[in-house]
Design a protein around this ligand. Structure first.
Ligand SMILES: Cc1ncc(COP(=O)(O)O)c(C=O)c1O
Length: 453
């Protein structure tokens, strides 16, 4: 039994061993932050600490648990698949990998084919609906696989360099694309410099929402790709200004760079559309998804690309390899996740729940206008702004005490990431809002009393 393999006498012993054998700094950070969480059981949108404390999960590990923890339909699909498949052999054509690739292409932004009535192929996927389309007439027609978001971003950047024969990459200051080789260089310097992984001559960072800075970075025509989170998550979900992303895409077209949409956190219906970039009228040249596509059950990440951006696949199909990339059990989890996510009733519920939060959070904000200073929201992607540079850490602690797990934004701790699941029930929304209201009030008192964080 798994329990016997992982048993500890007490939480204190477990935390001590975590510091000794796993990650001393991170373990101590959570203890010092007042969030000594060791997650044990998990079910739906609830997680339970090893000492039994129940928390509503509004972090969802960046959307990994969009469908809840251990979603019964995903568990059933993976369990059934395990009777027949395992990770598979990455060198060979595979039933699961091909089926997922076809489903992703048919649901991609700007997909040329619309699903026939009654669903896609044999998978019963309904038509995800309205993608406004874009400049690439044939859309995203090829799929490449990784096992995590960072690997997928690396694949995207490598593909762009191959397609354009250019080396430079432009991203946004305070961006976060993962910690693998190229992805970490594209993100905020905090994580790149520690490992001497920054490459300033190849990777440029421009301020978010600044088209003039983007134009200046691209004007030399030596840029392979601009990579953009559709809403920068780790920076606290600042919303793109109207027309900004479409403007970036136009600049890319003008100066011969590809547009890579990192939808690791914003995709999969979190904004009320399957892919958030569709809402901006942009069909990217490359789109990256991870986290939630796994159904929270088996790691997998995907890169969708146009024929020309994925040109290396016809030139040398062995050029990128990954033993676990596109693992077959992960592909089955992803197929089921995509099918659930594309159900019309799920989309309607996301719109409904988003409205519940707009109303509820505005009501709370009206009570504390000097403390709870702003709400950034696109569907169920939300950043709550507080009037103290570390404000979200105070709120996180009080939420934890009050049965809710939500995390501060690493690159802007004044903003709380607030990411409810897409299958949340109306009653759980109400409970969450009530708990949030209490925690925000208590955190304000902490700040007023000068409590240190
Ligand atoms: C927008 C974005 N891109 C990429 C990644 C990297 O994903 P992973 O941690 O699976 O490598 C993350 C992870 O948080 C992310 O938020």
């Amino acid at each position: 039994m798994a329990e016997e393999l992982i048993a500890f006498a007490s939480k204190q012993e477990m935390l001590a061993k975590s510091k000794q054998f796993w990650n001393p700094d991170k373990t101590q950070f959570w203890i010092d932050s007042g969030v000594p969480l060791v997650i044990d059981r998990r079910e739906g949108y609830y997680i339970y600490d090893v000492e039994g404390k129940r928390l509503i999960d509004v972090h969802l590990n960046g959307g990994t648990y969009n469908l809840g923890h251990r979603n019964p339909e995903v568990v059933a699909a993976v369990t059934a698949a395990m009777q027949r498949f395992d990770i598979g052999n990455h060198h060979f054509p595979s039933l699961a990998r091909t089926a997922l690739a076809e489903a992703l292409v048919k649901t991609a932004p700007g997909a040329p084919e619309r699903a026939p009535q009654g669903g896609f192929g044999g998978m019963g996927l309904p038509d995800p609906g309205g993608s406004p389309g874009g400049s690439s007439p044939r859309g995203l027609t090829k799929v490449m696989y990784g096992s995590g978001g960072g690997e997928a971003v690396d694949i995207a950047l490598k593909s762009a360099r191959h397609a354009t024969k250019k080396r430079r990459i432009v991203s946004v200051a305070k961006a976060y694309h993962g910690h693998t080789g190229l992805a970490v260089a594209a993100g905020d310097e905090r994580f790149a410099t520690l490992f001497l992984a920054d490459r300033p001559e190849e990777f440029s960072h421009v301020p978010f929402n600044d088209l003039a800075a983007m134009e200046a970075a691209l004007r030399g025509r030596d840029v392979a790709a601009v990579i953009m989170e559709t809403i920068p998550a780790t920076y606290g979900f600042p919303l793109p200004a109207p027309g900004y992303l479409a403007g970036v895409k136009k600049l890319c077209e003008r100066f011969g760079a590809l547009y890579i949409a990192d939808e690791v956190q914003t995709g999969l219906m979190r904004t009320g559309e399957l892919w958030a970039i569709s809402k901006h009228g942009v069909t990217p040249d490359i789109l990256v998804s991870g986290k939630g596509i796994s159904g929270g059950m088996y790691p997998v990440s995907v890169v969708l690309a146009t024929e020309s951006a994925a040109g290396w696949l016809t030139e040398d199909g062995f050029a990128h390899m990954s033993t676990f990339g596109g693992a077959e059990l992960g592909c089955v989890a992803a197929l089921k996740t995509l099918e659930i996510t594309c159900r019309p009733e799920v989309r309607s519920m996301v719109h409904y729940i988003a409205d519940v939060f707009t109303t509820g959070l505005s009501r709370i904000q009206a009570q504390y206008p000097d403390w709870f200073t702003g709400i950034r929201q696109d569907g169920l992607v939300m950043g709550l702004e507080f009037g103290h540079p570390q404000g979200a850490k105070f709120v996180m602690k009080r939420l934890y005490e009050n049965g809710v797990w939500a995390i501060f934004s690493t690159l802007d701790p004044g903003v709380l990431q607030y990411k409810p699941g897409i299958l949340l029930t109306p009653s759980l929304c109400e409970e969450l809002l009530e708990r949030t209201e209490v925690a925000i009030g208590k955190a304000r008192d902490d700040v007023a009393r000068g409590v240190r964080r």
